[in-house]
Design a protein around this ligand. Structure first.
Ligand SMILES: Cc1cc2nc3c(=O)[nH]c(=O)nc-3n(C[C@H](O)[C@H](O)[C@H](O)COP(=O)(O)OP(=O)(O)OC[C@H]3O[C@@H](n4cnc5c(N)ncnc54)[C@H](O)[C@@H]3O)c2cc1C
Length: 422
């Protein structure tokens, strides 16, 4: 029997598995499919907006007191949140994929979204940091004719409307690939090849105007990414940065790949294609096993502890029917989501106060154990992390990845402590 079964292989599950393995626990991760990092910008968004506010936050750590008392950041406390972020920065440095604040430690910086909007980011991978919109250096956003999922003219136009100097430029698609219909992941693999990069760099050099920095779609290599960025900048002799594309997301995929490799070195198996479909207790409030559906036959996974990291509504961890009933799919845990469809949304979809359906989730105590309305843990050996948790409005707040990193860390700490005590 293993110590910990993590259900869900998104950012929260992978972070929890890492911290639990580092604490000496034997860990396995199972997932129905890929986590949302394969689609998101690959940044760590801690807290971009307070509920009801239109202006983005500069110093999110100083605003935590204004969040709802049930918010996961309140349950964590400032010290644990800061420790989780520091551990993430140290881990990514060790992985060779360093994340840090784009400009000032402890502050959000504004980076361009795939559509040229300004998005508040707390920790960015090195390749995105040069795109800080607080810098007055003009940017040329370079696209490739025929490349889907990246629109330089739209990005530059929207940035100009917001007051940021940017222009669009285009290069031939053939510089990137001989394939007719490649997505951003294929193109990133192409740019792992130094010869392909050298050709691209020569073309970039020709279109650059004095003082400009170059924004490229986030396709600068996957396996050889850090070297790819340095290589291009050396030839072009100008700052280069990546702007996330529409999905799939190369920056997110890079992070997942290196986290998974690192977990393997720590002895943690991450198994995809395993949907948790049932569980059994010992007759009391201890979970005995979790059952998964696989292509061959159902499997029973026995562990001393279980972590639910199935991502809530976005990740497939909750389901609903036509009446508006919403349920948590693995353990049927209590949820704070309204159980009538007419109560999911307020009259205005883009209301600054957000929507009830996105605020709801699995209520937990300060130990990150799912609880009943009475406050009692539902199961003695079950914890939860990430997008499953109640109390935040993470889409509106732009806090999804911050919550995943921090609660994955905190839940793993709590599980390790409970194992040390038994
Ligand atoms: C298109 C898109 C864009 C996004 N952009 C951003 C962004 O810009 N900034 C930001 O902060 N966040 C963004 N996010 C969200 C963010 O990436 C995740 O929500 C966040 O990382 C939370 O991760 P998680 O680990 O809690 O859940 P997820 O990453 O959703 O992972 C859930 C995991 O659980 C698995 N799972 C679900 N049900 C079961 C089951 N029954 N059995 C086994 N496994 C199961 C899933 O297959 C998956 O592996 C975006 C998400 C999407 C989809």
């Amino acid at each position: 029997m293993i110590d910990l079964l993590v259900i869900g292989e998104g950012l929260s599950g992978l972070m929890a598995a890492y911290h639990a393995a580092r604490a000496g626990l034997s860990v396995r991760v199972i997932g129905k499919g890929l986590g949302a990092l394969h689609w998101d910008a690959g940044t760590i968004d801690l807290l971009g907006y307070l509920p009801g506010a239109h202006d983005s936050l500069r110093c999110p750590m100083k605003q935590l007191g204004l969040l709802d008392p049930a918010h996961p950041y309140h349950l964590l406390g400032e010290a644990t949140l800061a420790a989780a972020l520091a551990q993430f920065v140290a881990l990514t440095a060790e992985l060779g994929l360093p994340y840090s604040p784009a400009v000032v430690a402890g502050e959000n910086s504004l980076l361009s979204s795939p559509l040229g909007a300004a998005r508040p980011v707390f920790l960015a991978p090195a390749a995105q940091q040069g795109g800080d919109l607080g810098s007055s250096a003009p940017m040329v956003v370079v696209g490739f004719k025929g490349l889907r999922d990246f629109y330089p003219a739209l990005i530059a136009e929207n940035l100009n409307k917001l007051g940021y100097p940017a222009r669009a430029a285009f290069l031939p698609y053939q510089l990137l690939s001989g394939r007719r219909d490649a997505n951003t992941v294929h193109l990133a693999h192409e740019l792992d090849a130094p010869a392909r990069r050298a050709k691209l760099a020569a073309a970039l050099k020709k279109l650059l105007e004095p003082g400009e920095r170059i924004g490229l779609p986030a396709i600068l290599g996957i396996d050889d990414h850090p070297a790819a960025l340095v290589h291009l900048e050396q030839i072009v002799q100008a700052p280069i940065f990546e702007i996330p594309t529409l999905p799939p997301s190369v920056p997110g995929i890079r992070l997942v790949k290196s986290l998974r490799q690192h977990l393997l070195q720590l002895g943690v198996r991450v198994e995809a294609g395993m949907e948790a479909i049932g569980f059994e207790t010992n007759g009391g409030n201890n979970i005995q096993w979790v059952e998964t559906e696989t292509s061959a036959r159902p499997l029973k996974h026995r562990a001393k502890s279980y972590l639910l990291a199935t991502g809530g509504i976005l990740g497939g961890g909750f389901d609903s029917d036509h009446t508006g009933r919403v349920w948590e799919v693995v353990f049927d845990l209590p949820l704070t989501i309204p159980q009538q469809r007419s109560h999911w949304f307020r009259p205005q979809f883009l209301e600054a106060t957000g929507q009830p359906v996105f605020r709801g989730g699995v209520p937990v105590n300060r130990r990150f154990q799912p609880v009943r309305p009475s406050g009692e843990p539902v199961y003695a050996n079950l914890w939860a992390a990430g997008g499953t948790l109640a109390g935040a409005d993470p889409i509106r707040e732009r806090s999804l990845t911050g919550i995943a990193v921090a609660t994955g860390f905190a839940a793993a700490q709590q599980i390790a402590t409970s194992h040390a005590l038994t």
